[in-house]
Design a protein around this ligand. Structure first.
Ligand code: NAD
Length: 281
């Protein structure tokens, strides 16, 4: 039987720390504030927004919402970003991606002030994930993976890690963060010839593909730690990860559940970035 690495306790510990830091900020008349910019009404965006708002409320972070229609013009989006930049009370901004228009998304990320970029949209923040310069913030989900491993005292240094997925939001940044922790990282993607073999050879598997239960029994080996980042819906309409949990759990040493794994830590990491941005301001 594998240990189940639930995100809840890790998120709770971080939330409690953030409540303390927010109290200290409020004593200096600073209330951390997150701007949420959402275009349209996508269900997964709204679910993440609700979870983020709930976590912010618990910590004492205020939220300003910028909700735009899905047919919004480029100029309206950019003027919302300018308003966020100019509002001194706002410390961090989360924009739900992808935007309906890729070019507008790129223009918005070029415009956003780097110090308010709490989810690694700007090229400066992305560069710092690679350089380790300490400027900006890594993508919240990528950082949540590393925090979860630390919370459960799972050694990373020197371990073989296979990351399945190479997106700019998860796969690539989590690979860089784990490399910074001295893991030996293999990054796999849709053209990888033997994904099952690459996963089996790893001490830690991070699955960030976005395909329901793609990783079946032959992807796993005894003693492994599996972090399932995927959020998908299976054929029966239930939320599930990229790993076939029932197949993996009897084999591996530890595995994160979906739901209740990495996703729970992501909103707490977002709040940590906002509090840190307020502390810096
Ligand atoms: P994406 O579509 O941008 O990237 C998917 C990656 O998987 C690509 O790099 C692609 O090369 C790779 N891939 C696709 N098919 C593959 C295959 N058959 N074999 C190997 N690699 C393959 O997705 P994303 O934005 O990185 O998200 C990945 C998953 O993480 C999704 O399920 C998403 O919903 C979830 N997610 C979770 C959280 C969280 O907080 N837990 C946050 C964001 C996204």
């Amino acid at each position: 039987m594998a240990d189940i690495l639930k995100g809840g306790p890790c998120a709770k510990a971080l939330t409690e720390e953030l409540i303390g830091r927010t109290v200290t900020l409020k004593q200096k008349d600073v209330t951390p504030c997150l701007a949420l910019l959402r275009i349209g009404e996508r269900g997964d965006d709204i679910a993440y927004e609700n979870a983020a708002v709930k976590r912010c409320e618990k910590i004492g972070i205020s939220v300003k919402k910028f909700l735009l229609r899905s047919d919004v013009s480029r100029e309206e989006v950019l003027s919302a970003v300018r308003a966020i930049n100019m509002d001194a009370d706002i410390h961090g901004c989360l924009m739900f991606r992808p935007f309906p228009d890729k070019a507008v998304e790129e223009a918005a990320s070029r415009l956003l002030l780097p110090e308010k970029d709490v989810d690694c949209m700007t090229s400066g923040s992305l560069a710092s994930v690679f350089s380790g310069s300490g400027v900006g913030y890594p993508p919240c989900t990528a950082e949540a993976v590393v925090r979860l491993l630390h919370y459960y005292d799972i050694p990373i240094s020197g371990r073989r890690v296979t990351v399945a997925g190479r997106s700019l939001v998860i796969g690539k940044p989590v690979s860089m963060l784990l490399l910074r922790e001295n893991a030996t990282v293999t990054v796999c993607h849709s053209r990888t010839e033997d994904l099952a073999g690459e996963c089996r050879r790893a001490d830690i598997v991070v699955a960030a593909i976005g395909k329901a239960k793609l990783l079946t029994k032959e992807f796993f080996a005894k003693g492994q730690v599996v972090v399932d980042v995927g959020i998908n819906v299976d054929a029966a309409g239930n939320m599930c990860g990229d790993c076939d949990f029932e197949a993996a759990e009897p084999v591996v040493a530890a595995i994160t559940p979906v739901p209740g794994g990495v996703g729970s830590v992501t909103t707490a990491v977002l709040c940590e970035h906002v509090v840190r941005a307020a502390e810096k301001a």
